[in-house]
Design a binder for this molecule. Structure first.
Ligand code: CMP
Length: 139
């Protein structure tokens, strides 16, 4: 079944803590199809560009430094209502406020090191997916 897309990253904390397999299994069991995926590491410049929308926030420097501190898994996911459903699957930005059974509740360390990213709109999902993947890398 085809649907619309969202974009995710498994962040450096969750990679370092050994959660890649459990998080991917969780995502697939929640009904998402993987359309593209790569294991990579962002430079500080790339992390800064990806999160440019947050450049005025007090936590921007910390966010860029953390997101370039180690490897990540980037992926494009497909499902009907993908953006909203994925945000429910991952839970609140702050894991202390995330619902039981969500990915952030299960695997995140803190609000800054919160295990996974999820797009906040269809428009940003398209921009973020294109940041990492060409059309030749999507199936
Ligand atoms: P993400 O969904 O990847 O989008 C922006 C990120 O900024 C967010 O997850 C958090 O990791 C980070 N972030 C948001 N609020 C804070 C905060 N108060 N302190 C540190 N990092 C934050």
């Amino acid at each position: 079944m085809s649907g619309n897309i969202t974009f995710t990253m498994i962040k450096p904390d969750a990679v370092q803590d050994g959660h890649i397999g459990n998080i991917l299994a969780h995502i697939i069991q929640a009904g998402f199809t993987i359309k593209a995926m790569k294991y990579t590491r962002l430079t500080p410049e790339q992390a800064g560009a990806f999160y440019a929308v947050h450049s005025e926030r007090p936590f921007y420097g910390e966010l860029v430094s953390f997101m370039s501190s180690g490897p990540i898994v980037a992926a494009v996911l497909e499902k009907n209502n993908a953006v909203e459903d994925f945000r429910k699957t991952i839970g609140a930005t702050n894991p202390a406020q995330a619902e039981e059974g969500t990915i952030r509740k299960l695997y995140a360390r803190s609000i800054g090191e919160n295990a996974v990213h999820g797009s906040d709109s269809d428009e940003n999902a398209a921009i973020e997916a294109s940041f990492f993947f060409s059309h030749f890398e999507r199936f």
